[in-house]
Design a protein around this ligand. Structure first.
Ligand SMILES: Cc1ncc(COP(=O)(O)O)c(C=O)c1O
Length: 386
């Protein structure tokens, strides 16, 4: 058994990160100063988008994207049930209705054929999630969107640095949403970003994160003006300069972080392919996943117990496993509000019973990965059926 607890995710913060934050703390601008544009420009360049607009969280970024997409009461947006609730909640924030479609068996991403079946005259948007960092099946999703005049908001909170068909996630959808929560590929503590190639969407996103005001304090100061106009109902969703400075530094390490995560994923997959009790996550040939998570699925038919006991046994080995996700429609809020009872999305629900996220973060050592492999082997062997 491992001597210390290994979490499922963890940030890496170095001296350069700390220095960058300290510099801003000594400067004139703690919020909405020069670091915001600097971070946004560097981020847009990295993901291959024309514009990037920062937010105080990935959830705020999703809300802004739902607003900019024009979602309103009476509208529907098609989303995956196998995600963090924020993906679907952003539709509710706008008074619109999330309509779920089931996922593909291999990637656990939205199944384009099932999306098609859910399109109605009320549908306005599709919200695919790049589950665990594996890009959603974007080509057929864009094709459905084009045919029905829908906007695509890609929730890439797991997928910073992922590629689809050799192209970068962030350059493809109408709007792509990222998160900088500490377990993600880069962190600002809390933070998020929307990338888009559309200048009008970028303008709306900027206003929405700043009370719907058409200029920010720094622009007004440099123009020597006091006058401003509130043109839409926005929020204070700004990411302060302190955190943007951290983001700028963290972004410099993204390539190294991705390389490390991909190396750990390769080590894991090679080991778990040999274990009959588990199925490693799939990677399609057209995808270069970013490996935010490494979710294995238990082959329950080959085990004498269920996920709960395997989970507890791995925790007892000091392996910080987690589960992503309880399908959104099964949360009490969604059950009560929309009448879901379970059974509506059999692929997502079956996956949920089997999923266990293993530790996956760029600061993990080879020894950490070996500890995980050894623990999984020990536990699934102990509960293996002959
Ligand atoms: C798929 C997905 N969407 C949205 C979010 C929300 O991001 P944040 O925690 O930055 O608000 C998360 C957060 O983990 C997520 O995993």
């Amino acid at each position: 058994m491992r001597a210390t607890f290994l979490p499922y995710g963890r940030q890496s913060v170095d001296e350069a990160d700390i220095q960058a934050v300290v510099e801003v703390l000594r400067s004139d601008w703690l919020t909405t100063g020069p670091k915001v544009a600097e971070f946004e420009e560097a981020f847009a360049a990295r993901v291959g988008a024309a514009h990037a607009v920062s937010f105080s969280s990935g959830t705020a970024a999703l809300h802004a994207a739902a607003f900019a997409a024009g979602l309103k009461p009476g509208d529907e947006a098609i989303a995956t049930p196998l995600t963090f609730a924020a993906t679907a909640n952003c539709v509710l924030y706008q008074g619109a209705t999330p309509v779920f479609a089931d996922v593909c068996r291999d990637t656990l991403n939205l199944d384009p054929e099932l999306i098609e079946q859910k399109v109605s005259p009320k549908t306005r948007a599709i919200l695919p999630v790049d589950y665990a960092g594996h890009p959603a099946d974007l080509t057929p999703i864009f094709e459905i969107a084009r045919r029905h005049g829908l906007i695509v908001i890609e929730d890439a909170c797991h997928a910073l640095g992922a590629e689809y068909g050799g192209r970068r996630v962030g350059s493809l959808a109408d709007m792509t949403v990222f998160s900088f929560h500490p377990v993600k590929h880069i962190t600002t503590g809390e933070g998020g970003m929307v990338a888009t190639n559309d200048p009008r969407l970028a303008e709306t996103l900027r206003r929405f994160r700043n009370h719907g005001i058409s200029s920010d304090a720094r622009q007004r100061q440099s123009a020597g003006q006091w006058h401003y106009e509130m043109v839409l109902l926005g929020f204070n969703y700004r990411l302060p300069d302190i955190l943007c400075a951290l983001g700028i530094q963290q972004l410099k390490k993204l390539d190294a972080n991705l390389m490390r995560r991909r190396a750990i994923a390769a080590t894991y997959t090679a080991a778990f392919r040999e274990m009959p009790g588990v199925t490693p996550p799939a990677a399609r040939p057209d995808a270069n996943p970013a490996w935010h998570l490494y979710p294995i699925r238990l082959n329950l038919e080959k085990l004498t117990t269920g996920r709960a006991e395997i989970f507890r046994a791995l925790r007892a080995e000091n392996i910080g496993v987690n589960v992503h996700y309880i399908p959104v429609h099964l949360h009490p809020y969604y059950r009560d509000r929309f009448g879901y009872q379970g059974g509506e999305f059999p692929v997502a629900e079956d996956a949920y019973e089997r999923l266990i996220s293993l530790p996956m973060f760029h600061g993990m050592s080879d020894g950490d990965a070996e500890d995980v492999i050894r623990a999984v082997h020990k536990v699934v062997t102990a509960f293996g059926r002959e």
